[in-house]
Write a protein that binds this ligand. Structure first.
Ligand SMILES: *[C@@H]1O[C@H](CO)[C@@H](O)[C@H](O)[C@H]1NC(C)=O
Length: 350
């Protein structure tokens, strides 16, 4: 999800000394992810003492961790509630937070607590404890309890270290790298490196051009064998399902491939192709072209029984200069996010 930070109110935030774990054995960990059927992948964390288990959307397009809190009421109904007063390791950091995801506001108060995932533990991890969830987080549309932001600290609402960054700075993992397989089954978040069983060949790396989001250069987009667009600033966002681009560039892309403008039937910025004749499309990162399968590019029929199908590249005026590369692309590759060398890598799925 691309986060738009709308307001942060800081109240006398006493910055405690950074807690350092004694150095001991480092490790890796694999967290199996659940796919909600189309657009998001969620894993499992445990929080507090005694530990309580929550599910969280793995989101490389934001940098906050938040969970529903005890005062959230009906807006969080159906989700598991994190109650800081029930945890002996929680601390109230005395700071409010407000986040907006595509106009879905999440607000509440910031705490810290111990968090574990796949056997790896960070202490004093900042958590937003929500007092209100926007409609987009309704359990029917959003099955996990909260969001685990995996972008960079600089876009966090409280400029707090992310859970992954905390694992790194607290010496809990082998390498400052996490990797993802996003698929309909067998999906996984691997912490501390890459899982060699899940990819073949070498990674192609591309440098992070600006820390905040995982922002990189998309060298080009090819369709039916020709380069249609090139040199695009893009963020790699596991919390978004679509590929979202600037409307005029998206229009040029579909014009070149014979797509049909479906703004009046599907929605602004959407295009269709006949369901049985989707173009072959690929994206080039770091000089290597990665094909996008017809199954992931094709979002399904415009309406039941229609022979026209909606394509997963959409034009939206987001106000941002970058494109958002979501799971329409990311399901086609094994991806690795390296905060040590500030690069993103893609490899072929095994
Ligand atoms: C955010 O935190 C980092 C590291 O703790 C610090 O260097 C940076 O100045 C902070 N940024 C802001 C905007 O407060």
């Amino acid at each position: 999800m691309k986060k738009q930070l709308i307001l942060v109110i800081g109240i006398a935030f006493a910055n405690a000394d950074i807690y350092r774990m004694p150095l001991h054995k480092r490790a890796t960990g694999a967290d199996a992810l659940v796919n909600d059927g189309k657009s998001l992948w969620y894993g499992t964390i445990s929080v507090g003492t005694p530990a309580v288990t929550f599910t969280v959307d793995i989101d490389t397009g934001s940098a906050d961790l938040f969970l529903p809190g005890p005062t959230c009421g009906s807006s969080c109904s159906g989700h598991t509630i994190y109650d800081p007063s029930a945890s002996s390791t929680s601390q109230d950091l005395g700071q409010a937070f407000t986040l907006s995801f595509d106009n879905n506001v999440v607000q509440g108060e910031i705490y810290s607590d111990t968090i574990s995932m796949a056997g790896l533990t960070a202490v004093d991890q900042t958590i937003g404890v929500a007092a209100q969830y926007g409609n987009g987080f309704d359990i029917a549309q959003f099955p996990p309890d909260g969001v685990l932001g995996m972008a960079f600290q600089s876009i966090s609402s409280s400029n707090a270290s992310t859970f992954f960054q905390s694992l790194v700075s607290q010496g809990q993992i082998d390498e400052p790298v996490f990797s993802l397989k996003l698929s309909s089954s067998g999906s996984e978040l691997y912490l501390g490196g890459a899982n060699s069983a899940l990819y073949t060949g070498d990674f192609t790396y591309t440098p992070v051009t600006q820390q905040g989001y995982w922002e990189v250069n998309l060298n080009g987009i090819e369709g039916n064998g020709q380069t249609i667009l090139s040199n695009i600033d893009a963020i790699i966002d596991t919390g978004t399902s679509l590929v979202i681009g600037n409307p005029s560039q998206i229009a040029a892309f579909y014009t070149a491939l014979g797509g049909t403008d479906a703004s009046s039937t599907v929605g602004p910025g959407f295009y269709t192709f006949p369901c049985d004749s989707f173009p072959s499309v690929s994206m080039t990162f770091g000089g290597t072209s990665f094909p996008i399968s017809a199954e992931t590019l094709n979002l399904g029929p415009v309406s039941q029984g229609s022979s026209d199908c909606v394509a997963g590249f959409v034009g939206q005026d987001t106000g941002a200069s970058f494109w958002t590369i979501g799971s329409v692309f990311l399901q086609n590759v094994y991806s690795t996010f390296d905060i040590g060398n500030l690069q993103v890598g893609f490899a072929q799925l095994a």
